[in-house]
Design a protein around this ligand. Sequence first.
Ligand SMILES: C[C@H](O)[C@@H](O)[C@@H](O)C(=O)CO
Ligand SMILES: [Mn+2]
Length: 591
Amino acid sequence: MKNYPKIGIRPIIDGRQGGIRESLEEKTMNLAKAVAELISNNLKNGDGTPVECVIADGTIGRVAEAARCAEKFENNGVGATISVTSCWCYGSETMDMHPYWPKAVWGFNGTERPGAVYLAAVLAAHAQKGLPAFGIYGHDVQDLDDNTIPADVAEKILRWARAAQAVATMRGKSYLSIGNVAMGIAGSIANADFMQEYLGIRAEQVDMTEILRRMDEGIYDKDEYKKAIEWVKKYCVPNEGEDIGNRDVKKKNREEKDADWEFVTKMTMIFRDLMTGNEKLLEAGFKEEALGHNAIAGGFQGQRQWTDYKPNGDFSEAMLNTSFDWNGIREPYVFATENDTCNGLTMLLEHLLTNRSAIFSDVRTYWSPEAVKRVTGKELSGRASGGIIHLINSGATTLDGTGQCCDADGNPVMKHHWELTDKEVEACLSATTWYPANRDYFRGGGFSSNFLSKGGMPVTMARLNLVKGLGPVLQLAEGWTVDIDPEIHKVIDKRTDPTWPTTWFVPRLCDKPAFKDVYSVMNNWGANHGAIIYGHIGADLITLASMLRIPVCMHNVDDDKVFRPATWNAFGMDKEGADFRACANFGPLYK
Ligand SMILES: C[C@H](O)[C@@H](O)[C@@H](O)C(=O)CO
Ligand SMILES: [Mn+2]
């Protein structure tokens, strides 16, 4: 089990002894316990364990008690706090003043004792002191003896807690670039200042020669390699595709292909060891290599120097992002192809919010219904009838993206790894063909994963972009994967790279300019890549971005689901403009 941050619960009370305080002690503690229970029963960490809460030893009425609580939280690995109260208390005395911990306050909507008045007062204090906090105020008045959490309050507490736990979990970790910038992709210029100041993440880097050194000097777990190559021979080699990407002169022979399989299997282990370390390397005497880089996400440059010379990273990237490998079912790693750190970090935000694996893709082509008709003679239909976006990239697309897992009603789903079955693992593998890499692009060879994502999955595509003078911005589009007529797929897939995995995506349209049609979503995308996650999680991403002070420049989430720190209201009534102004005013979380 990994060591995850905890969420601190702060029961706040009116400090007046001799009647008031005593009458509220039990009620306040019960509210705190109910919040802890709600969070731990509903939210999980990446390894599937429940998110843990720590409740202050006693209620907090005066400043000394707030300080005692802060000390307890520091000693117990708390990374975010939620304060709960049902009564009037003393705002600036009792508030959480930690500069980094995301904060929320639930002011019980009762009337006997005014919890909501404290909520307003303490939120004003948070605004005044530049420590933004989320305010939670239930819609309907509750009775004093009612300790239940109404549905609207629960939704806000959980939205806040998911994002707060993501902020706390990434703090202090690293992003590991293996190599540097791929083919001039600006997103691959690992921006250390952005990572440090906005995410609390250290930018780490190793040269790609380190992979060759570890291979040549045998710095990997030999027992694991034996197991890994056996598994690869059982589940991947039999699904090797015909060499359709290469002219005869460029086709590798069997012996060379087998050597490539061995190479890419070792490379997968080496990428992982570089990220997280491996105790087995310590047993073999490699003390430094056993440590790894404390990476919570990473990326591999690959193109061009490496792929011009050696087998590409497609197999390794795909397997790391997948929820299983030769060691069985496990939490997926977050790993970007082309070392596009902006996309890798977006995948990280998505993974931390959902604990699912994210798809990495080029946002390659908008196919209008007219263009499809012209090229195939056929009409797009159903959800695809307004046009489709072709998501496709060699490499980092998770095999979970095949959509071979099913929910209880038989719909395709990308599951949490703890819900996966062995049968579903085999189904994902069976649906994946490993084509010998196109050696016009990848001179060194290797294998590219190929599959077609099942349609009908709700997904959210997102992307972090860096803009000089403005800083980072987040864009997102909720939508669905779609099935299209197989004849249409065949023709238009062949026009691009048929050895790579394809996901057909249709965003949900609305009256916002960037979402007036499918074309506009493509036309407003800020870079060549997108990070795609199962589920409609736009509202969670918006909440998380506001904690990190990253404004959201494009989204198709309903306004009433947008939940940001209360202080954002002071920046004007149009939510988008206020977000930009508030983020600029408070600046990044870590300065
Ligand atoms: C093989 C090519 O270089 C691709 O990797 C390229 O089209 C991209 O994915 C660019 O993002
Ligand atoms: Mn790409």
